[in-house]
Design a protein around this ligand. Structure first.
Ligand SMILES: *[C@@H]1O[C@H](CO)[C@@H](O)[C@H](O)[C@H]1NC(C)=O
Ligand SMILES: *[C@@H]1O[C@H](CO)[C@@H](O)[C@H](O)[C@H]1NC(C)=O
Length: 538
């Protein structure tokens, strides 16, 4: 029951994605010419964010909307059977959409931030109605202006308390790294002397469905040019995860990070999550992994948001308080030159892309392992430009192993021949397993790359270690940070994990098996009871 529901949602998400990509066409010029009075683009687009879809008319079947771009209006059309929900800003089943009579989202009252002469005394700023309140009260998550306008202009560009622009004299390694456009190489090393790092990451539960895939890719035989085994990073979600398998991945030197505890399938829960939601989800998930995979070395330092729905400043405040070192959920749209990871002490160096636009605007002592979008074009010299894709499986035009191989090589070259920013290959295991040729193609690519002497398959932590101590290729053989757990052999900690059948009051009616080398807990660990010891009773 739950599985089929999840599949429906997944399919639906894919559908929406395909629609946005395939059907986004410029509204034809003839239309404008034919009826010049009905569309005044300039007026329609005045003060309207470029990501907002709206209707030109409420006639018709509720499927067509447009948005403003620099080159005019662009139209999308939902597939038949669906309608566009103005409130949610997505295509949805027609029966569920109640906003077909609305042309646009209600406009929010904005504060008056930009004026020639200041309206308010120093240290204060003006609400939409002219009321002056303390600058610190803007964008603090609760309305302070009577018209509530202080919470309506809080993007990375507008938040009055936003982080300052990158200042390279203040921001120095090893703790801080930024550059004006995000493309600069740390340590100002010549590109030819920079190792091309590739980060293979997986999202989701680690279990019997994918352990064989991981053993196939990371079989212990494949080595980076420094003689150490190649590695990946696992963003692990809790439900259905086999913690004895996670323990073994960690033993072999792969990086374990968290992908939340509940992986709740409501994207808005993540975008709008409170500080406490993020705390319970991410610190709770870490607690579970540490306990049941017996990871005691403090190496779980990374977070990825489900659906890549970044939780704004609250997520990053929680991360700093909980000593998480990096987030790996913000995407950078496909550009000419890829972006290097950066710290968030200063303002992020690129547009907040996707993610419901909830990027952190404030200063945070956290690294952002930015996800550069991949160029999905099958023939990049010939095809017209298409939006990039962040997870490999969201490059929905990839249908065959051959296409997948071309995608890998073309994007490798884009990074390798420019600034050698780390190339992220982000997967859901189920996609790689959906066709045998995908797995074969990935392994072929890895082996081809390892035949060179300047490509390394590393974890997120290893990327940060290199950036904190930028080291030229010819000295990398002896780069100590990359020598830890260099060549791991031997057997897992336990040959026969406990298969604990457990329940929790939080998931009524479900009995779940928790696989672990450690002792079984009393209850299935869940958000109010992450250790599984039982609810604290008053
Ligand atoms: C859990 O993982 C361990 C270690 O990889 C493996 O031996 C065991 O068979 C797995 N159990 C299940 C049910 O997947
Ligand atoms: C858990 O880790 C500790 C410390 O590394 C180790 O001493 C212990 O044997 C481990 N226990 C199991 C069951 O893996």
């Amino acid at each position: 029951m739950t599985v089929s529901m999840a599949q429906v949602i997944k399919l639906f998400g894919l559908l929406c994605l395909v629609v946005t990509i395939a059907a986004e066409v410029r509204v034809k010029r003839q239309d404008e010419d034919a009826d010049p009075d009905s569309i005044n683009v300039e007026e329609l687009c005045k003060d309207r964010p470029g990501d907002e879809y709206f209707r030109l008319s409420t006639d018709g079947d509720c499927r067509e909307v447009v948005r403003c771009t620099r080159s005019g209006l662009k139209q999308i059309t939902c597939p038949s059977g669906l309608a566009f929900d103005i409130e949610k800003q997505t295509c949805d089943w027609k029966a569920k959409v109640t906003t077909c009579d609305k042309k646009e989202k209600p406009r929010k009252v904005l504060p008056i931030l930009k004026t020639d002469e200041p309206i308010c005394p120093e240290g204060k700023l003006s609400c939409g109605n002219g009321e002056c309140i303390d600058k610190e009260l803007f964008c603090n998550g609760k309305p302070d202006c009577k018209d509530e306008s202080d919470e309506n202009a809080c993007t990375v560009e507008l938040d009055p308390n936003r982080a300052p622009d990158c200042d390279p004299t203040q921001c120095v390694l090893p703790d801080c790294f930024c550059s004006a456009d995000g493309t600069r190489i740390p340590g100002n090393i010549e590109p030819q002397q920079v190792p091309q790092m590739i980060t293979i990451t997986f999202n989701g539960a680690v279990n019997v469905d994918n352990i064989d895939l991981y053993e196939d890719i990371f079989n212990g035989q494949r080595q980076n040019p420094n003689g150490c085994q190649i590695r990946g990073t696992y963003f692990v979600s809790h439900k259905y995860t086999n913690y004895s398998a996670v323990q073994d991945l960690h033993r072999k030197g792969h990086e374990i990070s968290v992908f939340s505890l509940t992986h709740k399938d409501d994207p808005n829960y993540w975008t709008q999550g409170t500080y406490d939601d993020w705390l319970a989800e991410m610190a709770g998930a870490r607690l579970i992994v540490e306990r049941f995979a017996n990871i005691t070395d403090g190496s779980i330092i990374g977070v990825r948001a489900p659906y890549l729905r970044v939780g704004g400043n609250k997520q990053f405040e929680m991360m700093a308080d909980q000593f998480f070192v990096y987030d790996a959920s913000i995407t950078a749209s496909l550009g000419r030159v890829p972006i290097w990871p950066y710290t968030l002490y200063f303002r992020m160096p690129h547009k907040c892309n996707g993610n419901a636009h909830n990027c952190p605007s404030r200063s945070h002592p956290v690294w952002e392992m930015v996800m550069n979008e991949l160029d999905r074009r099958d023939d990049p010299t010939f095809d017209e430009s298409l939006p990039g894709c962040h997870m490999v499986d969201s490059c929905s035009n990839i249908q065959s192993g051959e296409q997948f191989g071309r995608l890998l090589r073309h994007n490798f070259n884009r990074h390798y021949n420019s600034n050698r920013a780390p190339l992220g290959l982000h997967f859901h295991a189920s996609w790689l397993k959906s066709k045998k040729e995908y797995r074969e193609e990935l392994i072929k690519f890895i082996e081809e790359m390892l035949g060179r002497n300047d490509v390394f398959f590393v974890t997120m932590l290893q990327v940060i270690q290199w950036m904190q101590n930028p080291t030229e290729l010819n000295a990398l053989r002896d780069f100590q940070e990359w020598k830890e757990k260099c060549d791991v052999k031997g057997q897992p900690y336990c040959s026969l994990p406990n298969a604990c059948p457990l329940t929790t009051r939080e998931l009524p009616g479900e009995t779940l098996r928790l696989f672990t080398c450690m002792e079984c807990p009393n209850n299935y660990p869940w958000i109010l009871d992450p250790t599984g010891d039982g609810f604290s009773k008053k």
